[in-house]
Design a protein around this ligand. Structure first.
Ligand code: KG4
Ligand code: ZN
Length: 347
């Protein structure tokens, strides 16, 4: 097989990223460079991502990211075989910035253009890091997404279920905001939870007894708000231990829901694919040690192999986009220069 070197671009949310991935004939992939420019500080004081600000920052940073990625890999545009770019789903201004940047490079160099579904990028990451064969069960848990997928092949995904409201990362972020902890909320809530008693307060576990793979996290936020206000009314403020106990209880509830639903998804997956028991996770929430450990344990009990890519590849990055580009290139799936950016694009 031909050695492929592909530039990937990602700008669908609040990270501007460029990366170069090479796959040699042996099918092993190597990340030659991966640059990520975060926007957390830009949006911090607004209490959420401001799409217009995000789009401008992407447009400003993309060229710099591409140059940095090329320099770090010691390559020039002439060494590339194609440009892969996130073409959706996501905030349209950001996606458009990336798509226009990729088209510009392709127009100037005559390199082929490949549009990538951001969710497929996450879902293919275990093939980039572990060269795992299809099929496998994929749990995508981030600030924007929460779903179970069976990955059967390129463009062949089955969605078993997902959140009907908030994503768990979003719940962590809102919780941090309500408790006055810094963003992103996941790491700060996890740090607080380490000193807390998860049994002091009980949080709802919505949909947990339904026999499907759907999840819900918005009720947790309401419960938390009520609890916080009740404690403040009683004591005049939140003490350090109260905050730690709330975080511990909240995190336990999220972990319980995720584990129970993963158990169901895994049962469905194994019934269909008993000979290939593999579970992979991606998304920022997979960084949470207690959630990760619980997932590991569930997989061990079920005799399934558990794959969790390194954190930098679990969160938004362009290496996963470049890698998805390699798979599409090998399948002969390219896009024309009139390719559109798609704000909504289910897998
Ligand atoms: O995948 P990601 O970088 O971005 C997308 O949402 O696409 O995930 C970011 C999310 C944030 O909501 C963040 O709070 C959460 O992942 N997160 C965590 C942890 N680290 C990041 N959630 C729980 N525990 C963590 N340690
Ligand atoms: Zn993402």
């Amino acid at each position: 097989t031909q050695t492929l070197t592909i530039l990937g671009l990602e700008s669908s949310c609040d990270d501007t990223a460029a990366a170069i991935v090479r796959q040699t004939g042996s099918e092993r992939s190597e990340i030659l460079s991966s640059v990520v420019f975060g926007q957390t500080e830009l949006h911090d004081r607004y209490g959420g991502i401001v799409p217009e600000l995000a789009a401008r920052a992407h447009a400003e940073k993309l060229d710099i990211c591409v140059q940095d990625a090329l320099r770090a890999a010691g390559l020039s545009l002439g060494d590339l075989d194609a440009v892969a770019v996130t073409a959706g789903p996501g905030l349209i201004g950001g996606v458009l910035s990336g798509v226009m940047c990729a088209k510009g490079i392709c127009a100037a160099t005559r390199l082929p253009l490949i549009g990538i579904n951001h969710l497929a990028g996450h879902a293919l990451t275990p093939r980039l890091t572990d060269s795992v064969a299809y099929p496998y069960l994929m749990l995508l848990v981030s600030g924007g997404h929460c779903q179970y997928l069976i990955a059967r092949g390129l463009d062949d995904f089955t969605r078993l279920g997902g959140t009907i409201d908030d994503a768990p990362g979003e719940a962590f972020d809102k919780t941090a905001r309500l408790l006055g902890l810094p963003q992103p909320g996941g790491p700060s809530v996890e740090a607080e939870a380490r000193n807390g008693d998860p049994d002091r307060f009980s949080f709802p576990r919505p949909l947990v007894h339904r026999p499907d793979c759907n999840l819900s996290f918005s009720g947790l936020k309401t419960a938390l708000l009520r609890l916080r206000d009740q404690i403040v009314a009683e004591k005049g403020g939140l003490h350090r231990q109260d905050r730690a106990d709330i975080c511990a209880g909240f995190q336990r509830a999220i972990a319980d829901v995720l584990i129970e639903k993963t158990r169901r998804a895994l049962a469905l997956y194994l019934a269909e694919n008993p000979a290939h028991p593999v579970v992979a996770v991606a998304g920022g929430v997979a960084a949470n040690a207690s959630i990760r450990t619980a997932l590991e344990q569930l997989c061990a009990e079920s005799g399934a192999r558990f794959l969790a890519p390194p954190l930098a590849l679990c969160t938004d990055n362009a290496a996963m986009i470049a890698y998805a580009g390699i798979e599409r290139f090998r399948a002969g799936k390219f896009d024309a220069m009139d390719m559109t950016a798609r704000p909504r694009w289910p897998l």
